[in-house]
Structure formats: structure tokens, C-alpha cells
Write a protein that binds this ligand. Sequence first.
Ligand code: PLP
Length: 423
Amino acid sequence: MSISENDKKHVWHPFTQHRTAENPIVIERAEGSWLFGEDGQKYLDANSSWWVNTHGHGHPHIQEAIHQQFSTLDHVVFAGVTHPKAVELAMRITGLMPGHFQRVFYSDNGSTAVEVALKMVLQFWHNRGEKKQKFMALSGSYHGDTFGAMSVGQRGYFNAPFEPLFFEADYLDFPTGENDQEILQNAERWFASGKFAGLIVEPLVQGAAGMRMYSPEFLDVLVQCAKKYDVKVIFDEVMTGFGRTGKMFAMDHCQEKPDLVALSKGVAGGTLPMGLTVTGNDMYEAFLDEQISKAFLHGHSFTANPIICAAACASLDLFEQDQTWKNIESIGEWNRNFASELAELKCIDEVRQTGTILAFEIDTGEESGYFSSIREQAYRYFLDNELLIRPLGNVIFVNPPYCITKEEHTDMSKKIIDFLRSL
Ligand SMILES: Cc1ncc(COP(=O)(O)O)c(C=O)c1O
């Protein structure tokens, strides 16, 4: 039996309706910006394999770090034990952030990084004997698929079966610029109720909502307001972290900084899964007590896996190279040029761009949404033209690995424009 047939028999894929889905493409190998199929077909990894890959596939420096760590220490329990790479990574990550970030809690993916942040905030108030249990979030947000992360995310068809079990959250409208003042007034009114434990946002870019972007000025005022009412602020930088917005973190564009940051995706350069929840000593100290019950009683079997920590440190080495930042800058420039070309096309509703992310909406004459009919058509066209791009409904976006060359970017842009012209 072929891989594809065995896959059909035994594998259950994420976000997939198996009754109607086509067979998945079989990828055997990857290098740089490219994925290679078993049938000899190759694909440019234009969305960085679910937005995780930063330096390109199979980067030799990360490979070397993984090999070396595997032969030294592959895995060890992380309660009552530590190891050099976990300590190095925590020191280096906090060193990249504003001074109040001192503590790193390790977990396994973006959802758990968020889950940990939410639990920390709730227990922070619990340990202090204050009854603050509500979260505020932005409409359209996506923070992951575990229960806490779903509870503070956009409610809808993706999570409807579980909704009765979600905890309470209040949603601010998405800030478009025109409605910013009204949203900020609502936020202040809600915060003033004293019930809110925390505010969680995807800073500056809402990923799964269609790479929707909003201004750092809005976020600064929202965070300021949250702080005025002693509401803990979580930035979910799972997608925006590690250079995606042109700076290391989206919060680097802001004056006001959060209390907690959730990181994942690009932590280990997109090679291995890891979640980080980074916070300050004020949060940490609220868990210090003679009683064990005040401790943060949360953990995962693979917490701070040494191989992943080593890959993450190697990825940070690459971020220390000027070339990486030059590449990020170049992608931004190529994206801006591409955005001007797109803006000329009649079928395009809106083009959005920040750092290495470029997104645009196709005007299909139908209501926008994840299940827009253009999605399959675009996905298929791109595959036939050596591009792996998963549209978010009628939103098409690119956020390629930072090793993409100008030629590859130009070729990708041309193919996307050809598709749009063919409509
Ligand atoms: C902003 C944001 N938060 C959280 C998550 C969840 O991360 P994971 O898929 O690793 O659980 C995602 C995933 O796309 C995300 O974009």
C-alpha cells in the first residue's frame, strides 16, 4: 500500500473533514524554503509550515545543535532537575525582552503556552485572595485549541460543540482605526467593574482571523487602561514572535509592555515543538509560600526537553546574525512592492502588510469567511504551481521562511498574481 493509502486508513488529520478532503500530499524531504513530495513535485513553503519555520528547513546550525544535544542528554524530567540548555534558553529569551521579564515556564506548543498564561493569571489573583476571574479578549482572536485557549478565543463553528463548557470572557470589537475610541471607552467601563483578571490579545496581528492588523497606538492605550485597573495583560506572541512583524517580538513596536508573553511556533526555528510563557518576578513571587497549594501545580512530561532547548538556542544564534535581520528587512521590502501590485487588481479588497507577513482579501462577491469557495480553488492552483499556501477562506497570505531569495519571492508573487488574473 502507498503512504497515501495507509494514511487514509490510519491517520486523523487536524482541521480536516475526512469525508470530503482530498488525499494529503506526501512530503518526503525539505530544504531551505522548499518541500519535496514523493512524486518528485516540489513546493515553496510560502506559509512556513503553519507559520513556524524561521530560518528555512534543515538549517545546518540547528541540525548540528540537535545532533550534539541528542548524544549528550536527550531528555530528563524537569521537576527537581534542570539542565544547561533550559537555563541558557531562559536567560537568552528574557535577555531579549524588557527588563521586567525574568521567568520562563516551559510547555509544548502555542495552546499550552497560552493555557499556562491564563492559569498563572487566575492563580495569581486566587493566591492573593482576590476574586477576579474574567478575561477580556478581542473579537476574532485565536489562541489555540485547549479549553482555556478556546474560552478566550472567537466563539463559532470551530468550537461550538464545546462552548457550554467554556469559562466567561468578554470581547472587544476588533479595532479598525475608526472605532478605536469607542472600543477603548468600552474597555475602560468593563475594566472598572473590578471583575477582570486579565486581558489577552494577539498583539498587532490576529493570525487565524485572516492576518488582521491593528495599530500599536491602540494597543498602547488598551494596555495602559488595563494596568490602571490592575488587570494582567497577556500578549499571545505565538505567531508574531521571532521576527514575523519585522522586530523580534510584536511588543517591540509598543510603548506599553504586557505582564506575560506566550511564545511557540518559531521558538526552535520551527523545527521542534515548544511553548514558553514568559513573565516577571511580581507574578512568580505571588506563588511563593510555605504551602504547596500556592505553587503553580502544572507541568508536562516533555517540559523543557533538552533537544528542543538546544535547537531553540541555535535558532537564537541565527537571530544574532545581521544577515537574518537583513533578510527579514528584504522580505518586508519585497512584500511592500508586491502589495502595491496587488492593490492595482480589481478583485482585491484589502492588502495588509507588516514585517514578513503579507495578506490580502479576494472579493468573491460572497461574504468573507473561512469556508469561502475560493479557498479550495486557490489552494489547488497554488499546489499545481509549486506553492504550498493554505488560504484562510478568501484571505490569501504569505509569511515565508527568512531564507527565501528575491528570485523565489518574485516567482511566488508572479504566480499569485497569475491566479488572481485568472479569476
Ligand atoms: C496566536 C496563536 N496563539 C496560539 C496558537 C496555538 O498554537 P498551537 O497550534 O501550537 O497550539 C496559534 C496557532 O496558530 C496562534 O496563531
